[in-house]
Design a protein around this ligand. Structure first.
Ligand SMILES: CC(=O)NCCS(=O)(=O)O
Length: 349
């Protein structure tokens, strides 16, 4: 039996799963989202280049990906430290930090943030979406990719001895590219060796999540220990959602706090409101999937920090939990979503 078995691996080392407490399973504390810059609407160029003024904050919430500066979350470490202290005060215990290769993972900073704040931080191994894969990554075999991912968990990543405790977020688009398919297969092979949790960023199409699971399963992955992220912007039809839930992965609503009209990466998508997200959670619980639901904010732009008038990392604990209770989700079920489900997912087999 491996020393990881029955434990959770944080950036400060192994911990007992009962120590995690309330857990946000999909956040970023330091990253760049420059890969996903989207040009501003015509006429808004001047605002986009000078966005952090009170009178521009609504524009920024509607167009977060159209300001270069807004995509550089890694410049905000002191603000994030304050946020984590507030998160602890609000009853939070653990953050799963989903930054993988391609969007500037910074393990020493994660370690320091965890030390400074007492929040458990779990780092992610593996690769983000295709457009961030280097030519060298694209040339790698599945075996080589598997070795790298395994090593990031067992020995440390990015030239440090800081170890990752999950694989992901593994980035995929739609359609899934050849390089992303190789990374998915490597993810499944690494998971087989390690018995570890996996988390997936699916493409922006309702068919994408099931196709990712098919590839993982075919390569031997453990779907019951895999999280499908971003369901809020991916599957909209209740029937389709319940069909997908039958496949047995964790079901993550992780864009809490984002309320925008036009989702630039897919204009077909109507981004749900937080109230609609809570409604989706209530449906899944009512239909018997309460053991599979996870929640988070996926903070990946500056404007969502409280420093800039955003909702911050405590929004779910402070505002969404009361709303969940108001909409008939029991306290017992809320505790499952925030404590038990993350704990079971994050514990190595
Ligand atoms: C960091 C990240 O991948 N966030 C997801 C943003 S998306 O617009 O929902 O794909």
């Amino acid at each position: 039996m491996s020393e990881l078995s029955g434990k959770v691996q944080t950036v400060l080392g192994l911990v007992d799963p009962d120590q995690l407490g309330r857990t946000m399973t999909h956040e970023h504390l330091t990253m760049t989202f420059a890969c996903c810059y989207f040009p501003p609407p015509q006429g808004d160029e001047a605002v986009a280049e000078n966005p952090f003024q009170m009178q521009h904050m609504h524009w920024l919430r509607q167009n977060p990906y159209s300001s270069h500066e807004n995509l550089l979350l890694q410049q905000e470490v002191p603000a994030v430290r304050d946020e984590l202290l507030a998160f602890r005060k609000a009853g939070g215990g653990t953050i799963v930090e989903n930054t993988t290769t391609g969007i500037d993972r910074d393990l020493p900073t994660l370690k320091q943030l965890s030390k400074d704040t007492g929040v458990h931080v779990i780092a992610g191994a593996g690769y983000y979406v295709d457009c961030t894969h280097t030519e060298a990554t694209k040339r790698m075999s599945v075996e080589k990719l598997t070795d790298i991912i395994v090593s990031e968990v067992l020995h440390g990543a990015d030239g440090t001895d800081i170890r990752c405790g999950v694989i992901g977020e593994i980035g995929t688009g739609w359609p899934i590219t050849e390089s992303e398919t190789k990374v998915l297969r490597a993810t499944a092979h690494a998971q087989t060796q390690l018995g570890c949790p996996v988390i997936i960023h699916p493409g922006r199409n309702p068919a994408a999540p099931a196709e990712v699971l098919r590839i993982l399963q075919e390569a031997g992955g453990d779907i019951s220990k895999t999280v499908m992220s971003h369901l809020d912007r991916t599957i909209f039809d209740d029937g389709e959602l319940l069909e997908f839930a039958k496949l047995g992965c964790y079901l993550e609503y992780d864009l809490f706090g984002i309320e925008m009209l036009d989702y630039p990466y897919n204009l077909e998508v109507d981004m749900p409101s937080d109230s609609q997200r809570v409604k989706a959670l209530a449906l899944l619980v009512k239909e018997g999937y309460g053991d599979k639901v996870l929640v988070a904010h996926d903070i990946h732009t500056k404007n969502r920090l409280t420093k800039y008038g955003g909702h911050g990392y405590s929004h779910i604990l402070k505002n969404i939990v009361p709303k969940m209770l108001m909409r008939g989700i029991s306290q017992h079920q809320v505790d499952k979503i925030l404590i038990d489900n993350p704990k079971h997912w994050l514990t190595f087999k």
